[in-house]
Design a binder for this molecule. Structure first.
Ligand code: NCD
Length: 308
């Protein structure tokens, strides 16, 4: 049985196969409409979510399956003190596959350890978010025709942003990736990513606080929200929340074929005036999220070979 807890749970070859399947799904949705007939997806969301939960549900419904789930800790037995391991044991009796989001780092791994159905990590605290990464990879591939030989700017909250951590893990496995890491000094990428992933893989990168200076070099700009819910101190959040605001003026500094990605939700970090720029890819990215989750559900249920 397979789980997806970290992007590294899929090899590069498996990731590329999954992205190819997701691309095909995007082009031939009707061919996949009954792949999961009779199958159930449980969504266990113990932290707020709009896109991830709804895109999982949309993905399973588009495959002909059905969905059940909890959308907050308050509305489930977690509020009574039930452990993740007990919850997943029970959910394993009700569903064929499960997506879980939890505020604690490592919660999805604990769930997987006690589960008899495939578990997908839909975000564990400030740690990892592998299905957002698959979404990001599909977006990059679809827009640029390749993943690799490019300079990727990651901007905003690189400390608490789990999408950033997972994306770095995944991208360093492709050739010719360079990073420009743009953040306030307090929100730099954690040491375990800088030393354990970037340095360890000899990946060229530079850390800066200045977005303007980096713009002209970038092929992809990945903007992120300052993760308010992970701050210990409201004053720090208020001081840092508007560190970067991408607007039309900044976009003038960028290449014609540089694309802006954002996992969403956006707060202030991309001005709405950028939305009409053809290089603003974040809403298309949300659509790609449904296709990759369809491909992922099929893959983890061993159904990826069932559509010719
Ligand atoms: C992200 C998350 O939950 O980490 N959102 C998402 O899943 N699309 C990013 C965020 O909340 O800032």
């Amino acid at each position: 049985m397979r789980h997806l807890i970290s992007p590294l749970d899929l090899s590069v070859a498996e990731t590329d196969r999954l992205l190819a399947l997701a691309s095909d799904i995007g082009k031939n949705r009707s061919a996949y409409a009954h792949v999961c007939d009779g199958k159930k997806l449980a969504t266990l969301f113990f932290e707020p979510s709009t896109r991830t939960r709804l895109s999982f549900e949309s993905a399973m419904l588009s495959l002909g399956g059905s969905v059940l789930g909890v959308s907050s800790a308050d509305s489930s037995s977690a509020a009574k003190g039930e452990s993740v391991s007990d919850t997943i044991r029970v959910v394993s009796c009700y569903a064929d596959i499960c997506a879980i989001r939890h505020p604690k780092e490592g919660a999805a791994l604990v769930a997987a350890t006690h589960s008899s159905i495939p578990v997908i990590n839909a975000g564990d605290g400030g740690h990892q978010h592998p299905t957002q990464t698959l979404t990001d990879l599909l977006t990059i591939y679809s827009l640029k025709g390749k993943i690799g030989d490019m300079t990727v700017g990651l901007c905003g909250d690189l400390k608490f942003g789990r999408t950033v951590h997972s994306l770095i893990h995944a991208l360093v496995r492709y050739p010719g990736i360079r990073f420009i890491l743009i953040s306030p000094p307090e929100l730099r990428v954690p040491d375990y990513i800088r030393d354990g992933v970037l340095e360890a893989n000899h990946i060229p990168y530079r850390e800066t606080t200045n977005l303007d200076d980096a713009m002209a070099e970038l092929d992809i700009l990945y903007m992120t929200r300052v993760q308010k819910e992970r701050f210990f101190n409201e004053e720090d959040y208020i001081r840092m929340k508007d560190s970067y605001i991408l607007d039309k003026e900044k976009m003038k500094l960028a290449k014609e074929d540089m694309y802006v990605l954002h996992p969403l939700p956006r707060v202030n970090e991309i001005s709405v005036e950028v939305d009409s720029d053809p290089r603003a890819a974040y809403f298309r990215q949300a659509q790609y999220g449904v296709y990759v989750r369809m491909a992922l559900i099929m893959t983890l249920l061993g159904l990826e070979g069932t559509v010719c």
